[in-house]
Structure formats: C-alpha cells, structure tokens
Design a protein around this ligand. Structure first.
Ligand SMILES: [Zn+2]
Length: 352
C-alpha cells in the first residue's frame, strides 16, 4: 500500500512521512480510528514507507510530500503483503474448516490477505467475519497469538530492515493476550515496530495505552461512494428536521426505516452524521467550509442548520454520536439506540 492510494488523510500522511524521515519512529504505536477510514491501510503504508529502499520526495506544494517508491523489492513484497518482515495479527475464530483448539491468526493468513485485497485494506470487522463465513461469531486475539507476536519480535529480521508487526483490531485482544503483549512493549528489541490498529480506545487496557504512541486517524466519510453520501445526506436532513418538531409519529417512522438498514449501514450513517455535525460547527464557529463537505443538497437546510451547532452543544453532540456507534457495534437494539439519540440531539439543538 502506497500513501497515494489512500483516499483523503493528506495532513496525517504528511505528518507520518516527516516523522519517519527525521528518524524519530516510536517502536510501538496505535493507529486509532474507524477501519473504513483507512486506519489499517495507513499502518501498512507507513511500514512500507519505513522499509522502502528508494523513498520518493515531491516538490513543495504537492499534495503528498513523500511516498514509498512502489518498485523496490521491499515495496513489491509489501504490495502483495508477503514481505517476510511483515506480520499480521487479527481477530480469529473457529470456522467450518478450522476447528481445532490451536486456532490463531496463522490459521487464516491467506484468507486475511485476500480479504484485505478485496476491500482495499479498508474492510470492517463485520465484513471480515462475513468473508470467513462466520458472520454470527465474534473473533478474538488470544494468548496464543500474543505468544507468537513475542516470539516473532524476538527474532532477527530477515532483510535487515524493520521487522513490523501489525495487530488489526487490537481491542479484540483478550486479557491474557494483552498481558502477554505488555512484556514486549516494555522491552522492545531493536529494529522492531509494533503497530496496533484499533477503533475504540475505551476497550483497550490503560497499561497498553500508556505504552504506545497514539496516531489519531480522523473519522472520514471520504471513502463512501457519492451515491451513499447523497443517500446519507438526505436521511440526515430529514432526521434533523424531525428533531425540531419532535413529532413522535413521524420520528418513529424514521427510526423504523433506519432500523431496517442493518448494523453496518447504521454505523456508517452515524459516522456520516458525526462528520456532518463537525462540518456544521466549523462553518458557524470559524466560517470554514471544507471542500466536499456540507453538501446536503438542500439549500434551505444548508442555510439554517449549521447555526444549530454551537460551542455550547457540539461536544455533547459528538459524544452522543460516539456512544450510539459504540452501542450499534455491540449489537444494541437499533430502534432504542436511534430513539434515545434522537431525544438527546433534539434537546441539544434546543439548548444551543
Ligand atoms: Zn520502495
């Protein structure tokens, strides 16, 4: 994965390549953000840039200040995710073909590479379980995986460069896996890089959090297709209009519609809404309109709604959205989640 192939995130990418160029790479980092925003793709591109033997630097004013070359032997093997010094660990579970008690990330390396290719390294946790055909199960990163991580990091790198271990959805580590990993975080061996990719900070042990440097990957809807954005914009506009009047009948019809979307779409809609709120706030508070954002396709709404998001309510709105996303992720009953969120948002709009 090269940085140029990642949508958006230009500010963050330029920051990351600057750190690598200056040689200040921290041995344990956590890329924190929704997988659909490219947190894993960024971690892989970061590792590839670090190991590239012919880093490219672009003239000042370019969108990206630097990128990996994509052609050297390291880049070529990174592109196929088969570099001997790149190790991937992820939530796993028994399947119809892998039944034994010895299940670990190693049981699914090929499936995981195929999954990453299929979703351009931006697939979600749900999509991964669908890919494995275990949609009703939740994967775990077990002690066995952690023991393999410790062992792998203790060995010398094959190619003399950085040995990289990426843990996708690190919040799925169970307690014994997390404890096992702590030892490695305390005494890292030279030339190793441990990249945790996580969506939810609250689910990580504080002892782990205190030992990793966090890279916040901003929530972005730039990965959504234009059709999806337009559909979400329409939903958002009708939702916010409903909240003004708070007519129970129409609100409950809207909640029913949203309930029928399914978990992944609900989560994405909430991510969209969270970003829309942020964009509204930037517009009212600072007069900044980011390109491509705040295109609700409804002129009347565009003119009046952003003023509803103020310094008094923006943080609470953001928190309410985050909590709702978390609830949906944990299989909460969507009708109740969206109904509660609607009441909260309605109150916050009133108290602007
Ligand atoms: Zn290269």
């Amino acid at each position: 994965m090269q940085f140029k192939d990642i949508e958006g995130q230009r500010v963050l990418i330029n920051h990351l390549t600057e750190i690598i160029d200056s040689g200040r790479v921290s041995h344990a980092q956590m890329f924190l953000g929704p997988t659909a925003s490219g947190s894993l793709a960024l971690a892989i591109a970061y590792a590839q840039y670090l190991n590239c033997s012919n880093r490219q630097h672009y003239p000042e004013g370019s969108e990206l200040r630097a990128d990996s070359c994509g052609e050297c032997p390291n880049c070529r093997r990174y592109r196929q995710l088969i570099h001997p010094d790149l190790h991937l660990v992820f939530p796993n579970t028994t399947t119809t073909t892998v039944k034994s008690d010895s299940v670990s990330s190693d049981s699914f390396q090929e499936e995981f590479r195929a999954f990453l290719n299929n979703y351009h390294q931006c697939g979600t946790e749900d999509q991964w379980y669908e890919w494995l055909n275990v949609a009703n199960k939740q994967g775990v990163i077990r002690e066995r995986d952690a023991a393999n991580i410790v062992k792998t990091l203790a060995l010398k790198s094959y190619e003399g460069g950085y040995k990289v271990l990426i843990i996708w959805l690190a919040e799925r580590m169970n307690l014994s896996a997390a404890n096992e990993l702590l030892k490695t975080l305390e005494e890292p061996s030279a030339g190793t890089l441990l990249l945790l990719v996580a969506e939810n900070r609250d689910r990580m042990l504080s002892t782990i959090l205190s030992r990793v440097q966090t890279v916040v990957v901003p929530n972005t809807v730039s990965g959504f297709s234009a059709e999806k954005k337009a559909a979400f914009a329409q939903m958002f506009v009708s939702w916010m209009r409903l909240l003004f009047k708070l007519n129970m009948q129409t609100l409950s019809a809207w909640v029913d519609q949203t309930h029928a979307l399914g978990r992944e779409q609900q989560k994405q809609f909430l991510q969209y809404s969270q970003e829309a709120i942020r964009a509204c706030f930037l517009k009212t508070a600072a007069g900044i309109t980011l390109p491509g954002e705040l295109e609700f396709g409804d002129e009347k709404f565009d003119n009046f709604f952003p003023a509803m998001v103020t310094p008094r309510n923006v943080e609470q709105m953001n928190e309410a959205m985050t909590n709702a996303i978390y609830a949906i992720e944990r299989n909460a009953y969507a009708k109740i989640t969206f109904m509660q969120l609607s009441f909260t948002m309605s109150k916050l709009i009133k108290n602007r």
